[in-house]
Design a protein around this ligand. Structure first.
Ligand code: ATP
Ligand code: MG
Length: 565
């Protein structure tokens, strides 16, 4: 028993695959990722993608991307293209692109087989009656009066359903299994329903469409899938998955294995809810950087490497959990810390005049593109008499532990030299509008004073060379960890009104302004940012905050605030 538990925590699915290969059960591992094209993929789907493709890759197998396109009313081509794009972006390439609709004829033929062997019948009760006959968890169901229709009559009716002779809902095809089963899924489940609707791939050829359970297992079998990996809500469907395959001449019988969904706090991951957020305009689109969609995370600047590392770290198990968004953000930080070039940007600019720096002059300083990776080379940082610093890096009456700029105090300008604040200029309202500082020429890199220590280092940008930019800061989309948790409330009530903070007068270094969509940076001391792939224009940069750095001052400030309470 303890052994079994351990297997679960170390990825029980991988272990099953290893055992099957060792036992010679399969020569090749084949998996599939089967999205329904009724929305965009989200970070939860990425867990399934990483698992399916990861297992096949590891053991030299193959993975199909299969669209579960059995509901013509909700699905469309645009969603398919977006899903393909997302899977590729995550770093995976499918062996074959398939559609459940490719198999409509085979699925129909197998249904005819089921009727011929007396294991399916055409039901003519209404959907309400079917529901009433089905029973409950504690009561068995009742058999339909149509259950014993003769085979010939079933065949004829099913054929007419297919030909479009009946209105939606008039009949359904049901498997004849067991109305008294303790598993409600086994109480004569519906296999086909009438839908007189055009399908985006098969047009008007079909007037009946297969139910998920029928289409899914058979599609798996047609593709020779060895391990059909799905989420836990399908556990109770497994007996049905197996029953269907056992009762038709299926080409093979894949093994369905369930694992727990990936969930994150402060967001929603149901496609239906995401669709509502998009369609009602609560967000700007499926790729809004606040959404947990892969399109949104990508636009926000999350990397596929970080998402893959995150799911690898979280592992696969059968136990339900909600992961803190901070864990995902940490995975992103770890990846970006290694790869993002460093640069300086000021989000809330305060002008500083270096009174002893020559007017008109630009001095080009050298800085590392990445302090831990010299291979990324050097960059040139211009300093001029007027520079911008962060408004929050100056305090006129600072508390004791404030190691940034204050009147008469010294601070190092990152990548440059030490400055001392000599004058504070205010407007009529008493607001600080400019600082005057003197710089210490001896404290430049390479000179004797370079090693002189002062307590604080702040970032800055030359006023002459810096470029104005729009910066978008993001916060959680919801104000509560589980917006769907309270069924008596509408989840929209928990939307965070401050999830997007627009700053239109930030200043970035000139090379950043010339970047383009998707380019990533660490703004030193501030966080990780990327060019917005939709709105950023040359000369008019728009930068998304991906994640913050851990901010030591914010921590101190919080501690102080707590002490004061
Ligand atoms: P949603 O409830 O978000 O609409 P879904 O299950 O209806 O999701 P599908 O398109 O049917 O979406 O999902 C394709 C595959 O992705 C399925 O195998 C499903 O089990 C898996 N999947 C969906 N959500 C998650 C998740 N949060 N974690 C892991 N796998 C998931
Ligand atoms: Mg679904």
């Amino acid at each position: 028993m303890s052994n079994e538990n351990q297997t679960v925590t170390t990825n029980f699915i991988r272990n099953i695959v290893i055992k099957d290969l060792e036992a010679g059960k399969h020569a090749n591992i084949i998996t599939r990722f089967p999205p329904e094209p009724n929305g965009h993929l989200h970070i939860g789907h990425a867990k399934s993608i990483c698992l399916n493709f990861g297992i096949a890759d590891e053991f030299g197998g193959r993975t199909n991307l299969r669209f579960d396109d059995t509901n013509p009313l909700k699905e469309n081509e645009d969603f398919m293209l977006a899903i393909m794009d997302d899977v590729r972006w995550l770093g995976f390439e499918w062996e074959e692109l398939r559609h459940a609709s490719d198999y409509f004829q085979q699925l129909y033929d197998f249904a005819v087989h089921l009727i011929q062997t007396g294991k399916a019948y055409v039901e003519s009760l209404s959907s309400e009656e079917i529901r009433a006959y089905r029973g409950t968890l504690t009561e068995p169901g009742r058999e339909s009066p149509y259950r014993d229709r003769p085979v010939e009559e079933n065949l004829a009716l099913f054929e007419r359903m297919k030909a479009g002779e009946f209105e939606d809902g008039l009949h359904v095809l049901r498997a004849k299994i067991d109305m008294a089963s303790s598993n409600i899924n086994m109480r004569d489940p519906v296999v086909y329903r009438i839908r007189n609707a055009s399908h985006h791939r098969t047009g008007d050829s079909w007037h009946i469409y297969p139910m998920y359970d029928w289409a899914h297992g058979i599609s798996d079998a047609i593709e020779g899938v060895t391990h059909s990996l799905c989420t836990l809500e399908f556990e109770d469907h497994r007996p049905l998955y197996d029953w269907f395959l056992d009762n038709i001449p299926a080409p093979c019988h894949p093994q369905q294995i369930e694992f727990a969904r990936g969930n994150l706090d402060y967001t929603v991951m149901s496609k239906r809810k995401l669709r509502q957020l998009v369609e009602e305009g609560h967000v700007s689109g499926w790729d809004d950087p606040r959404l947990p969609t892969l399109a949104g995370l990508r636009r926000r600047g999350f990397t596929p490497e970080a998402i893959r590392a995150f799911w690898a770290e979280m592992g696969i198990s059968k136990s339900h959990s909600i992961i803190s968004m901070g864990v995902l953000e940490n995975a992103v930080r770890n990846d970006l810390n290694a790869i993002a070039p460093r640069t300086m940007a000021v989000l809330d600019p305060l002008k500083v005049v270096l009174t002893n720096f020559p007017e008109e002059e630009t001095e080009w300083l050298q800085a590392s593109v990445h302090p831990q990776n010299e291979e990324m080379g050097k960059r040139k940082v211009p300093v001029t008499r007027e520079i911008w610093i962060e408004r929050s890096d100056f305090m006129e009456q600072p508390p004791r532990k404030f190691f940034r700029l204050k009147p008469g105090g010294e601070v190092r300008l990152r990548n440059a030299f030490i400055v001392m604040c000599t004058d504070v200029i205010k407007n009529d309202a008493g607001e600080v509008i400019e600082l005057h500082c003197e710089f210490d020429p001896e404290s430049r890199s390479g000179l004797p004073g370079a090693a002189r220590k002062v307590k604080g280092t702040i970032h800055w940008v030359s006023a002459k060379h810096g470029v104005q930019a729009e910066v978008r800061l993001y916060d959680r989309l919801f104000t509560v960890p589980d917006p769907l948790g309270d069924k008596s409330r509408n989840f929209l009530e928990f939307l965070n009104p401050h999830s997007l903070d627009l700053i239109d007068n930030a200043v970035v270094e000139a090379p950043v302004a010339e970047g383009s969509g998707g380019d990533l940076y660490q703004f030193e001391r501030t966080g990780y940012f990327c060019h917005d792939s939709v709105d950023s224009q040359p000369g008019r940069p728009v930068l998304n905050q991906i994640v913050t750095l851990r901010d030591s001052w914010a921590r101190i400030e919080k501690e102080l605030a707590q002490k004061q309470v």
